[in-house]
Design a binder for this molecule. Structure first.
Ligand SMILES: [Zn+2]
Ligand SMILES: [Zn+2]
Ligand SMILES: [Zn+2]
Ligand SMILES: [Zn+2]
Length: 246
């Protein structure tokens, strides 16, 4: 079987690229550069007494990949003034939140947990630490876990950082720069129709992972685990886990 080429879209210029080209693209995307440059040059437009405050902010470009299902990936641009807690919330909103599970980051062998009053380890720290205090560098890897039971693990890599002089208050900037397109799974039963449902039991118990757990609407109604155990397929590595429906 031919391996499908997985694609995704740059949210600045809206062009589509294959997964192995998207990083190169983002680093040279004109629309992305303009987005940050505009922040730099807008100070020249202000006249008279209305002088705006000028800030210098470092932005990071992070690559975020599902450890188990690397076909799910995100690139995000974010400000150094945000905390790990902000990043955690963003990941939950975009990809993960089902029922408020605990989560943690591992940065330079230190563990940062979402709920400091329920720390798993005494050595862990709070997520309320700004990214700039973590001294992130290019190619640094950060581990992330959502839910200590039915875990979703993410690998986070610092792709680049750049310092911008800005008059816009973008200290809270966090945005998706690129994201994988919807992934088409064929129904594992009929091998014909596009799968729209995922079995929440099969995904946890069968080695075949997503491919063997995905079914079309009509096959899911006859699926041995029961139709009520299926969830709609969504564009997230958490799809089908703990009833996550986006
Ligand atoms: Zn682009
Ligand atoms: Zn849950
Ligand atoms: Zn089917
Ligand atoms: Zn099943």
């Amino acid at each position: 079987m031919k391996k499908a080429i997985l694609k995704g879209k740059c949210s600045y210029c809206l062009s589509t690229f294959s997964q192995n080209m998207i990083e190169t693209h983002l680093l040279s995307c004109k629309s992305r550069q303009d987005f940050f440059k505009e922040a730099t040059t807008s100070s020249s437009k202000t006249t008279g007494n209305k002088r705006k405050k000028v800030d210098e902010v470092t932005y990071y470009l992070l690559e975020i990949t599902s450890a188990e299902y690397p076909e799910y990936w995100l690139y995000i641009d974010l400000s150094e003034d945000l905390t790990l807690h902000n990043l955690d919330s963003f990941l939950r909103d975009t990809w993960l939140e089902c029922c408020g599970h605990l989560s943690s980051f591992i940065v330079m062998e230190e563990t940062y947990e979402s709920q400091i009053d329920r720390l798993i380890s005494n050595d862990s720290k709070s997520m309320r630490i700004k990214l700039k205090e973590l001294l992130l560098e290019k190619d640094m890897n950060i581990g992330y876990m959502y839910d200590y039971g039915s875990s979703t693990l993410l690998n986070i890599k610092v792709v680049s950082s750049h310092r911008v002089i800005t008059t816009k208050n973008r200290s809270k900037l966090i945005k998706i720069s690129a994201r994988n397109d919807d992934i088409d799974y064929k129904c594992f039963s009929c091998k014909k129709e596009k799968a729209t449902e995922i079995c929440t039991i099969c995904i946890c118990e069968k080695a075949g992972g997503r491919k063997q757990s995905s079914f079309c609407k009509s096959c899911s109604s006859e699926h041995e685990c029961g139709e009520e155990m299926t969830s709609p397929i969504v564009n997230s590595p958490r799809s089908g886990i703990c009833g996550y429906t986006g």
